[in-house]
Every structure is written in C-alpha cells, then in structure tokens.
Ligand binder design. Structure first.
Ligand code: MEV
Length: 424
C-alpha cells in the first residue's frame, strides 16, 4: 500500500488520534506504533506542548559519568546517548585525570551574537561608520526589549559592523553582542535583532533581510585542560600513540571529523541530558574547528616534562539553565539538579570537560587495543537481544559471540538457535 502524506487537520488532533490516523495512512495497525507512546501520560501532554504533530516520545538511555573532579569539585554528570562505551570512556579518563587533580576550566562571559544583514547599501563603508556612531542608541533600544535580562545583570553590550562580500553583492552586517546570563540566549538576541532592524536599515541606508543569532558562538568559549597520567593511560607508548593520533587529526580533515565526533559524543550527551540545543552546540563546535580557514582538531595534546599527557580543549558552548526544555522537561530538570551547577558558565565548563575526557578515551583505545574491543563487548548485548535472546540467554549468547571473535547478528542468531536446540 502506498502512503498518503496529506493529513488535513492533523495538527488539530490529539496525539492519540494522530497516532491512529498516521498508522492508518501508513497501512499499519495502531499497535505497530505503540512503542512511541510513553508510559507516563503527562509526558505526552508535555511533548504535545513542545513540538508540532506529536504522536509520542523517544526515550534515550541516561547514564552517569563518574570520577569527574572539575576545579576541585566533584560532579556526577548525566549523559544521554544511544552509543555504547561513551559513558564508560568518559568516566575512565576522568579517573586518569584525577591522579593530577582532575580538570581545570574557564569560560568567557555568556555572550551571544545576533546578526542583522543589510542589503542594497550604496556606501557600505560609510554605513559601517554611521552604525558605530549610533552604538549607544542601538544598545539602549536593544535593552528596552528585555528589562528582566538587564535586571539580572545581562543585556546588550556592544556592536560590531562587518562588510561581507558575497559573490554578487556586498552586505553590511551588524553584530549585536548580548550577555544572556544563564540563558542559551537565542530568543533574547533574536528579539533584540528584530527590534533593531528598522533603525539599522535607516542608519545604513539599505533594507534589512536576516535578523538572527549566529551559532558561531565564539564569544562564549569554554576551556578545559587536564593532565592524564602516563602510567594510568598504559605507559609511554600509549601517550606517544595519543599524540600521534592528535597530530593526524590536526593535519587531516578526514581524521579531524572523526576525532571531533568523538569529542561531541561527550559534549552532545550532556547537552541533550540537560535539555539544551544539541544542534546549536554541534554547529558552533564544527565551525570553530574550521576557524583557521581549514577544518582541524578542536583539542590539542602535548607531553609534559614528566612524561604525562596534557590535553586541552576550547569550544563555543551556547548552553543555558533557564528556558526551553531545560526548564520544562522534568528529566532535564532532574539532570540539572544532579549536576548541581549554578550558572550557564559552570554548565559550559562541565560540558567541555566531558568532551576532553571523551576524546582522550577514544584516542587511548585507538592507540592501544583498538576501539572495537571495548565497543563490541558492550555492543554484543544489543546484538544478542536483537537476535531474539531473552533473560539468561543474553549473557550466554554474549559470551559465545565474544569467544568467537565476531559480534554480528547472523552469528548471534546461529548461537541462539544452537542454545535453544541444546536446551530442548
Ligand atoms: C566513535 O563514536 C568515536 C570515535 O570514532 C572517535 C575517534 O575516532 O576519535 C572512536
């Protein structure tokens, strides 16, 4: 049966009715889609308020990364991820960093930037100067939009005016820098940009097109460093292997993409667990990795005078504690309580520390036994379950899969069939 994607009035239905309509349109029974319906009916009500056309929710495992000491304080860090080994690797490397005092972090003020694009300006350089001359007026106008933010100590701080030469046009682009305090800040800066636009158009002598934040949040960097103990890592050769892996990523964008993906395994998991915008943080990180004009490693590694590995990471971190799913989703609220962070800056620093720990974990495994050993033994449980193993069968299938050296669905199916034949 072919699917009809025209669903008139779908958005007006309740989640339950939408699910029935969608299953009918897809030629399925409503029961086929029931795994999308959460056990807790309140979650469905919440989800229906968060996005459109809701039929259900998807739950992702949340694990707690252990062993983290950051600036002399211990943290229990919630991580939401579907990938095996991620939480274990972050926790293991945090314990290796503990030998030398754990992670040290810092961060910029929580400055988010919005862009206002002006087109059709006859004298872009003159316009640039006129906009700078009007900075005080523009900042005051921006701050009128958000008295609460100003009361909390935030608000518009400065402007930057750029001339962007596109292929067939020149744009005057005004950047508004806003201290968004404990918010992620997208709403605050977008509202301000829209409010400033008419005045900017008049001053520049052109027409405003886009008014939107930039996800290149490079005025909101989080920084982390840690010393990873040589012996706890596995010895001098493993340290050299990690440095070689880093140099490879620094030199080659193909490797850098994977290296940075490993960092983001940690970062995204904490960003998601705390209800923050994973896509914003991902976009900012990868853009930052290319800020020299060539995509490269986000992290850096050196060996100190005592032969231990020194890891550093600097990454834009647009995360908040107020607003969005962080405030409305009960699981995100619980995750923030567990973390016990008091400000968006503190959260940003914790996230960066997890990114660094994750990265060292991946590089250590790659430089030593290879990534598949640890990955596959955790993965084996999923494969056994996917093959249909239940209860005690799972561990038995896992053991035989590992002993055979192949963690594959077809092998698991054969092993399970043999087990069941032997048992009957
Ligand atoms: C897998 O999710 C992440 C790694 O590929 C990262 C890396 O290669 O550095 C293991």
């Amino acid at each position: 049966m072919s699917v009809n994607s025209r669903l008139p009035g779908f958005y007006k239905l309740s989640p339950g009715d939408r699910l029935r309509n969608a299953s009918h349109a897809a030629g399925l029974d409503a029961a086929d889609l029931s795994p999308l319906v959460p056990a807790d009916a309140e979650l469905l009500v919440l989800a229906d308020r968060m996005i459109e056309n809701v039929v259900g929710t998807l739950s992702i495992p949340v694990g707690i990364a252990a062993n983290f000491t950051i600036n002399d304080r211990d943290y229990l860090i919630p991580m939401a991820t579907e990938e095996p080994s991620v939480v274990a690797a972050a926790s293991n490397m945090a314990s290796v960093a503990r030998h030398h005092g754990g992670f040290r972090t810092s961060s910029d003020l929580p400055i988010m930037v919005s862009q206002i694009q002006v087109v059709g300006v006859a004298d872009p350089r003159g316009a640039r100067m006129r906009l700078y001359e009007a900075e005080a007026e523009l900042l005051a106008l921006a701050n009128e939009q958000d008295p609460l933010l100003v009361k909390l100590g935030g608000g518009a701080r400065s402007i930057e005016v750029r001339i962007v030469e596109a292929s067939e046009a020149v744009y005057v682009v005004l950047h508004l820098h806003v201290d968004v305090r404990d918010a992620m800040g997208a709403n605050a800066v977008n509202t301000m940009a829209e409010a400033l636009a008419p005045r900017v158009a008049v001053i520049a002598g052109g027409r405003v097109r886009l008014r939107i934040l930039t996800n290149k949040a490079d005025r909101r960097l989080a920084r982390v460093r840690a010393v990873f103990d040589r012996d706890a890592l596995g010895g001098a050769d493993v340290v050299t292997g990690i440095v070689d892996a880093y140099r490879f990523a620094a030199a080659d964008p193909y490797r850098a993409a994977t290296h940075n993906k490993g960092i983001m395994n940690g970062i995204t998991a904490v960003v998601l667990a705390t209800g923050n915008d994973t896509r914003a943080v991902e976009a900012g990180a990868h853009c930052h990795a290319a800020s020299s004009g060539r995509y490269t490693s986000l992290s850096h590694y050196e060996v100190n005078a005592d032969g231990h590995l020194v890891g550093t990471l600097e990454v834009p971190m647009a995360v908040g504690l107020v607003g969005g799913a962080t405030k409305t989703h009960p699981a995100a609220r619980a995750a923030v309580r567990l973390l016990g962070v008091q400000s968006a800056q503190e959260l940003a620093q914790v996230v960066a520390a997890v990114g660094l720990s994750q990265n060292v974990g991946a590089l250590r495994a790659l430089a030593a036994e290879g990534i598949q050993k640890g990955h596959m033994s955790l993965h084996a449980r999923n494969v056994a379950a996917a093959a249909g193993a239940k209860g005690d069968e799972i561990e038995m299938v896992v053991e035989r899969l590992k002993a055979g050296g192949y963690v594959r669905l077809d092998k698991a199916e054969v092993i399970l069939a043999e087990l069941r034949a032997g048992a009957s």
